[in-house]
Write a protein that binds this ligand. Structure first.
Ligand SMILES: NC(=O)c1ccc[n+]([C@@H]2O[C@H](COP(=O)([O-])OP(=O)(O)OC[C@H]3O[C@@H](n4cnc5c(N)ncnc54)[C@H](OP(=O)(O)O)[C@@H]3O)[C@@H](O)[C@H]2O)c1
Length: 217
């Protein structure tokens, strides 16, 4: 699977990139600046000991991939989507965004669409299979590629096949994925991150996550 990670140069992107590359997926790091994408890919390849990743600008990364993951701050959500709208047509788009309150990351300010993922679907239109996922996973744990990630990732989206594809990709990261149904579930999933940030601060860790119990395996 060819996976582009837009804004893959920050906190959340590199851990995803390293874990997917190690699992044999083809990963392209996207950035606003091609040179920065290339530089971060080179640094991550050095860490892997193999040239498994490549970097470029966001639009070229989105054009080359089958699955496109967005990991930019929520403040850049709408503006970044506008730069890749054409390249996303017919593809699976995974929105990791959480609309945290810029004044207080222990809170969210949900957009009028209901959630960041639903906002993306409104902007991108029905031709793009928007899936919400990975919003509740700690960047710190992802980046420690040998760490076991003891949590569930809730996956939602209108297209069942797209949800299943993304769930399989999440399992390739070494994380348990759960089908949370339609995209509307994102308005419940995204705020959990603010709760996890609250718990991280209170307990002085970077690793809080969620585990759902009581479901059939
Ligand atoms: N960090 C976490 O633990 C975590 C956990 C769960 C979910 N999330 C969510 O994942 C998303 C990314 O979080 P992050 O911590 O990885 O963010 P980040 O490190 O602050 O930024 C990621 C990348 O976004 C690009 N970017 C920054 N400002 C931008 C702007 N104004 N316009 C366009 N691109 C911009 C930058 O890439 P270039 O300069 O290369 O373009 C940057 O390297 C957020 O929505 C966050 O809520 C984060």
């Amino acid at each position: 699977m060819k996976i582009a990670i837009l804004g893959g140069t920050g906190e959340q992107g590199p851990g995803l990139a390293l874990r997917w590359a190690r699992a044999g997926e083809e990963v392209i790091i996207g950035s606003r600046q091609r040179e920065k994408g290339e530089r971060v890919a080179t640094e991550l390849n050095q860490e892997l000991g193999k040239a498994l990743l490549r970097g470029t600008d966001n639009a070229s990364a989105a054009a080359a991939a089958e699955v496109v993951v967005l990991t930019v701050p929520y403040s850049a959500h709408v503006s970044t989507l506008a730069t890749v709208q054409e390249q996303l047509k017919g593809k699976i788009f995974v929105d990791v965004s959480v609309p945290l309150d810029p004044e207080n990351p222990r809170r969210v300010i949900m957009p009028p669409a209901g959630s960041a993922a639903e906002e993306a679907q409104q902007i991108l239109g029905a031709e793009v299979k928007v899936v919400g996922a990975l919003q509740n996973v700690s960047a710190h744990l992802l980046r420690d590629v040998n760490a076991t990630i003891d949590c569930d990732v809730l996956v939602c989206g209108a297209d069942k096949d797209a949800r299943l594809t993304v769930m399989q990709l999440i399992e390739r990261l070494g994380i348990h994925a759960l089908d949370a149904g339609p995209l509307e579930a994102a308005r419940l999933i995204e705020p959990i991150t603010a709760l996890l940030i609250r718990l991280n601060i209170r307990h002085k860790v970077h690793s809080a996550g969620i585990r759902i119990t009581g479901l059939p395996t």
